[in-house]
Design a protein around this ligand. Sequence first.
Ligand SMILES: Nc1ncnc2c1ncn2[C@@H]1O[C@H](COP(=O)(O)OP(=O)(O)OP(=O)(O)O)[C@@H](O)[C@H]1O
Length: 225
Amino acid sequence: MITLDNVGYSYGGGDLLSDVSMRLNPGSFHFLTGPSGAGKTTLLKLCYGALMPTRGQVTLFDADLRALDRDQMALMRRRIGVVHQDCRFLDHLPLRENIALPLTVSGRDVAAEGENLSELMQWVGLAGRADALPPELSGGERQRAALARAVIMSPDVIIADEPTGNVDWEMSQRLLTLLIELNRMGKAVLVASHDLALIRAAKSQVQARVLRISNHRLQLAGADL
Ligand SMILES: Nc1ncnc2c1ncn2[C@@H]1O[C@H](COP(=O)(O)OP(=O)(O)OP(=O)(O)O)[C@@H](O)[C@H]1O
């Protein structure tokens, strides 16, 4: 569904990523790890078309990223749900409206989707927080809300950037369980994380490949994980 072939990304004259090749197939589960500043967020952005590669080719659902016009790009992006590292909510809107934003932006009738929205809020354990404003939420509630918003358009691929960054172990496990459930529904999941304990916990529950960025290149992580 998403393929990177010999992709490179440079800025300011230096390489951040070099010769990166990877393929996200339906139903696959990948972790992306590596030290802070290695380029994990950048690689995720290349995967969902928020950045253009400096070299090589990114293919989204059989289409070359460079050949997509704005409208085609918007259609592709609906098939990829993204959980951003900083969650990115509109602080003046209640949680339910924040989660429904992708529907609103794509012109869907939010009222008609009310039941789906309620089920989704229930699924992430936020049914009782529908009217809360984002600044009133805990870190774990924010991350679960961000996941709900990422999946509201029923994407084929979920890309999550440090989804357990600011939460305790129990909440990390809860978020992991949600990601595994999505994967079991057939969705491809790509998670950037430096939480090796979480990655080990995931590997005992799901067949996950662990990729690591090291010295600008992408490698398959070893058995130590
Ligand atoms: N176009 C750009 N111009 C300037 N700096 C950039 C650009 N793209 C990436 N960088 C820098 O490259 C580095 C890698 O950033 P990135 O956020 O991808 O790393 P990361 O592995 O996700 O880090 P972290 O784990 O800390 O979130 C950062 O120092 C970032 O500021």
